[in-house]
Design a protein around this ligand. Structure first.
Ligand SMILES: N[C@@H](CCC(=O)N[C@@H](CS)C(=O)NCC(=O)O)C(=O)O
Length: 204
């Protein structure tokens, strides 16, 4: 299997690398440079019409995009250790926290990145600065929700590491990279972040 990958700080390919590391799956990594706009090349658009990374290519040439979908495929072919849950409640809670992370934190972080951050000024044709700035308080409100949940459990979806933790870690680290660091007073989220960052998979 080939993973068309972009290095950190790109958060979405990192999810797949962390997931694979937690499973002990070795992927053939093919770098796609976002800086060189290789993700918009004809070759890459043929793999993913959205022109984004990551993309997983199977041995028969089938391609899968979307980081969570790729990890679901990997879970299906390498079920152990389970990272999407096994009981009905675990599966539902993990899905719930993945969606909460993507919608309530990932979306405002992206809005800030695309509309305000100087890195994207040259490549985003039309920016909406007010919209991007308003997203900061939305991101902070979302972090407070994750902090409250982590006061009650070791990992975001309960007592077991899951894909929800991987999605949250990649999003929090990218938020920090663009200047939206986790506030000091969110001690549960910071404790969880420190534990997650200490896992060998975090450096994948
Ligand atoms: N929902 C997608 C998001 C993919 C995505 O936004 N990838 C970024 C890299 S982290 C990218 O390719 N950005 C370039 C672009 O959107 O043009 C996923 O989870 O894989």
């Amino acid at each position: 299997m080939i993973l068309y990958d972009s290095p950190s700080p790109a958060p979405n390919p990192r999810r797949v690398r962390i997931f694979a590391a937690e499973k002990g799956i070795v992927l053939d990594i093919q770098p796609v440079s976002l800086m060189a706009r290789e993700h918009k090349s004809t070759e890459h658009i043929a793999r993913n019409p959205l022109g984004q990374t990551p993309v997983l290519e199977l041995d028969d040439g089938t391609t899968i995009s979307e980081s969570v979908a790729i990890c679901r495929y990997l879970e299906a072919v390498h079920p152990k250790p389970p990272l999407f849950g096994t009981s009905a409640v675990e599966i539902a809670h993990i899905e719930m926290w993945i969606r909460r992370t993507e919608f309530t934190l990932g979306a405002p972080v992206r809005a800030y990145w695309v509309n305000v951050h100087p890195f994207t000024a040259q490549v985003v044709p039309q920016r909406f600065e007010d919209f991007g700035k308003a997203a900061v308080s939305q991101a902070m409100a979302a972090m407070a929700v994750f902090d409250a949940a982590l006061a009650r459990s070791t990992f975001i979806a309960g007592e077991l590491l899951s894909m929800a933790d991987i999605v949250l870690l990649s999003t929090i680290d990218f938020a920090t990279f663009i200047g939206l660091a986790t506030p000091e007073n969110l001690t549960n989220l910071r404790r969880w972040h420190s534990d997650m960052s200490a896992r060998p998979s975090a450096s994948a």
